[in-house]
Design a protein around this ligand. Structure first.
Ligand code: GDP
Length: 428
């Protein structure tokens, strides 16, 4: 589950408080955080510190990396990806969202603040679009900080209505979106039914924890060939080195020979760990740490793919895709440079051909070889990357067949890979 939302919406406080209430933080540590935050005059950040682990983040009071924690509901074990809301850190947020099955979208209901996050310049819309484009189809909107508006039902409904129609446009089905009133700071309606009279007066619905428990488990593509996208690389304790990432499809076992692409060299899986617990096997959906041997650590980078040597991931620097353009200040023409994000990979790329503009709902061709593409257009384009990258046809392996395009720190489009076998540039 990824937690998204505009900066200062209260994501870290909310999740920190939730983890605390679920007994995931020992009271000694909590006491230490309380003391330290008091000393710095930042007591309101005490719960956020549970998730924001580095000193730099604490000093700045923002979450920069994608912190990971786990907790349990009645029926599920949830891996939590706390995505940063600060504008500079959206690439990290993409990594988080690309790994997530479901998402929380936290909004600040304080008057004026919801509006800042939702209207142009705010990250609420962009996060919702990213989450949807990267594959999470179920969403819980946490209408947070409701304590600041006297637990007003009217405000809750206003926000739910405004966001509801936007989310529908963004491609979420109504039945997959739930709105929950909360306060991360006071802890109201997180794990126990609300007690605040001003809230119980009108709200009889689910707690945040119950909504999370009710998310449907997505089907795991276990029978597809093994793919793991590398999110991090680090030195292990013994020989060899470690990579971490999510098994996107298939499965991997300790002792397996895997192919590392686009390097095109094999390596040995020496050991596997899921959430610090050694395991023999990891399946699609698992976030795993792999100890690698018989491979030079210099030759692997974030965004590389570990795959089945008998059924390797395609590698190419030219492919065709169907894109939907969210917003762009200038028309997109041939030769338009972009930054391509696919799972944890980010790579310089150029839109080299505008093949066709499509009708938004039917997908039929409206115009062949358009001169330019504008905001809200759907189109088929050819994209060339500066170096060969790993990707899949969306219809074969969704997880590696969808990507985002960004320009100058703004996400301008999301896309699906429709063809990789274009003339000669294909390497494998
Ligand atoms: P993030 O940037 O989304 O992770 O936001 P933080 O969790 O760091 O919170 C930002 C600020 O909002 C901090 O000063 C929090 O104490 C405050 N805050 C968070 N949740 C609530 C809430 O439910 N009610 C109120 N009144 N303040 C909150």
């Amino acid at each position: 589950m990824v937690v998204t939302g505009h900066v200062d919406a209260g994501k870290s406080t909310l999740m920190g408080h939730l983890l605390y209430k679920l007994g995931r933080v020992n009271s000694k540590v909590m006491h230490k955080y309380e003391q330290e935050s008091k000393k710095l005059g930042k007591q309101s950040f005490m719960y956020a510190w549970i998730l924001d682990e580095t000193g730099e983040e604490r000093a700045r009071g923002i979450t920069m990396d994608v912190g990971q924690s786990k907790f349990e509901t009645d029926s599920k074990i949830v891996t939590l990806l706390d995505a940063p809301g600060h504008k500079d850190f959206i690439p990290n947020m993409i990594t988080g969202a690309a790994q997530a099955d479901v998402a929380l979208l936290v909004v600040d209901s304080t008057r004026g603040e919801f509006e800042t996050g939702f209207e142009s310049g705010g990250q609420t819309r962009e996060h919702a679009l990213l989450v949807r484009s990267l594959g999470a189809s179920q969403l819980c909107v946490v209408v947070n900080k409701l304590d600041t508006v006297g637990w007003s039902e009217e405000r809750f409904l206003e926000i739910s209505n405004k966001l509801g129609s936007f989310l529908k446009q963004a491609g979420f089905r109504e039945r997959d979106v739930t709105f929950v009133p909360c306060s991360g700071l006071t802890g109201e309606n997180l794990t126990e039914p609300c007690t605040e009279p001003a809230l119980t007066k009108w709200y009889k619905g689910l707690t945040l924890l119950e909504v999370i428990d009710k998310f449907k488990c997505p089907e795991r593509p276990i029978s597809k060939p093994f793919r793991l996208s590398v999110n991090d690389i680090f030195k292990g304790t013994g020989s060899g080195f470690c990579v971490s990432g999510r098994v996107e499809t298939g499965m991997v076992q300790s002792g397996d020979k895997v192919l590392i692409q686009p390097q095109n060299e094999t390596a040995l899986v020496k050991a596997l760990m899921i959430a610090d617990v050694p395991t023999m096997t990891a399946f699609a959906g698992d976030c795993v740490t792999v100890t690698i041997a018989n491979f030079d650590q210099q030759n692997i980078a974030v965004g590389y793919i570990l795959c089945d040597p008998l059924s390797p991931v395609p590698v190419t620097s030219k492919f065709e895709a169907r894109i939907v353009i969210f917003n762009t200040k200038v028309p997109i023409t041939r030769g338009y440079p972009v930054l391509l994000h696919l799972q944890s990979l980010s790579e310089q790329a150029v839109i080299t051909k505008l093949v066709a503009q499509l009708n938004k709902s039917s997908g039929e061709v409206v115009k062949r070889k358009p001169k330019c593409l504008l905001r809200n257009n759907n189109a088929v384009v050819v994209i060339e990357t500066s170096r060969p990258i790993c990707l899949e046809l969306y219809r074969d392996i969704k997880e590696l067949g969808r990507f985002m395009l960004r320009v100058g720190g703004v996400t301008i489009a999301a896309g699906l890979v429709t063809q990789v076998n274009l003339d000669s540039v294909l390497i494998n």
